[in-house]
Ligand binder design. Structure first.
Ligand SMILES: C[S@@+](CC[C@H](N)C(=O)[O-])C[C@H]1O[C@@H](n2cnc3c(N)ncnc32)[C@H](O)[C@@H]1O
Length: 410
């Protein structure tokens, strides 16, 4: 009969334990337990912690009912009926006794102080888009973590090609690409982009990412889609639908967030009407990130307790305007105007006419987060002239209010 077999000769046998509703015993409530418990709880395990003390985070898990905490030292018999045990006390003797009990009761047992004596090892784990990565390297946990990180990172940003073997059902992702800096797209957006066959992109947003796409990916400039008898937006909607119906993985890459002055919902509605499944990936809106990139917080304690984001694409006296400039002039907080460069003179006049102080500070941040970022400061009284003199051009975010002057100039 085979007795103890040295582990060095045999690699561990990897397996995925399905612990939901099954008893797991954790002995010791210190840092090791704190690191392992969340995953056990996430797996649905029925966890009992045995320990006279615990870290504040572990204690909070017991208080919230995620685990059951028995406040005492390990006693023989604690591991009985457990499917899996984690032994991690600071007391070598207790660890040895608990691990011996696990051996007797044939409970798989991880031991924090002596991997050789343990019957199971915890892999370095990570998750991305429904894939669980578990890495074991024997006795080199740092290497396990590094390999895990490399795989998870690669899956997330798409540099590790792991395409879904899905049937080519039509599908579209409406992805918010952030304000322009390619590092400011979300991890999910980046991954979907890496999996795309067709990308329909706006002029604003992380254009640099398009250069990185493999040659087989068709990149379409949304502004250049011919629209003939349709409106431009209808032509974009149709292009999304047609490419998806042709079995392509389609990404609609948009600047900022798709639902902030981005017509994202119009595209979502068109896809829904055409019966095409879609997902919307939020993005970092320029309304917050562009001021931030220029050193302007949209709120600041004691200065502004609110910020309002408004479109300035039509002048205040235009009958199509849905903005209540009179009310906005009365607010103390920050006003952020998108698409407002052309009409800022008329907007400033309206705000002053409705009572806002002419010396209210203001900044225009052009092409924020890109290499061409530029900030121009003015006041409501001087902005029209400053925009002309400095030749400020769209795209720019205009921030009005005292927050403009609180930070160090960037
Ligand atoms: C049609 S809106 C789209 C907004 C976008 N969905 C968002 O959440 O940022 C376009 C306006 O956003 C602002 N904008 C977007 N990206 C910008 C950037 N990198 N720098 C300055 N303004 C930007 C400008 O005001 C521009 O006119």
């Amino acid at each position: 009969m085979a007795e103890h077999v040295p582990h060095a000769e045999h690699p561990a046998y990897p397996v995925g334990l399905r612990l939901a509703g099954r008893r797991v015993v954790v002995i010791g409530g210190g840092q090791v337990a704190q690191r392992r418990l969340p995953a056990l709880v996430a797996a649905g395990a029925d966890v009992t912690l045995i320990s006279p003390s615990a870290t504040p985070s572990v204690e909070a898990m017991a208080e919230s009912g995620e685990i059951t905490w028995t406040r005492r030292r390990y006693e023989d018999g604690d591991i009985a009926d457990a499917w899996y045990a984690l032994v991690a006390t600071g007391d070598a003797d207790a660890n040895a006794r608990a691990s011996a009990e696990a051996e007797r009761t044939k409970t798989w047992c991880v031991r924090s102080d002596d991997a050789d004596a343990a019957t199971a090892w915890t892999p370095a784990t990570g998750r991305s888009d429904g894939v669980t990565v578990a890495v074991l390297t024997g006795r080199d946990p740092r290497r396990s973590a590094a390999v895990r990180d490399a795989i998870v990172e690669g899956l997330r940003d798409g540099t590790l090609a792991a395409p879904h073997h899905r049937s080519r059902a039509p599908f579209v992702a409406l992805v918010g690409g952030g304000p322009g800096d390619p590092d400011l797209i979300t991890v999910r957006g980046r991954r979907l982009l890496a999996e795309a066959d067709v990308v329909i992109a706006d002029r604003l947003g992380p254009r640099d990412l398009l250069d990185e796409l493999p040659p087989h990916v068709e990149v379409i400039d949304a502004a250049k889609i011919p629209y003939g008898r349709f409106m431009a937006q209808e032509a974009i909607n149709n292009a999304l639908i047609e490419h998806a119906k042709a079995g392509k993985a389609v990404v609609r890459l948009k600047g900022g967030d798709p639902y902030v002055f981005g017509r994202g919902m119009e595209e979502a509605q068109a896809l829904a009407e055409a019966g095409i499944p879609y997902t919307v990936v939020p993005g970092i809106s320029s309304s917050i990130s562009v001021p931030s990139a220029a050193g302007i917080p949209v709120t600041h304690r004691g200065v502004a307790h609110e910020f309002t984001v408004v479109s300035g694409h039509v002048a205040p006296d235009d009958p199509r305007s849905l903005v209540d400039w009179k009310s906005l002039a009365r607010l103390r907080g920050t006003l952020v105007i998108l698409m407002g460069v052309d009409k800022i003179g008329a907007i400033a006049e309206a705000l002053i006419a409705h009572g806002k102080a002419p010396e209210t500070p203001l900044a225009l941040v052009q092409e924020g987060t890109t290499a061409a970022q530029r900030r121009v400061d003015a006041t409501l009284a001087t902005v029209a002239e400053t925009v002309r003199a400095e030749d400020v051009r769209p795209p720019a975010v205009i921030v009005i209010g005292d927050v403009v002057t609180v930070g160090p100039r960037k």
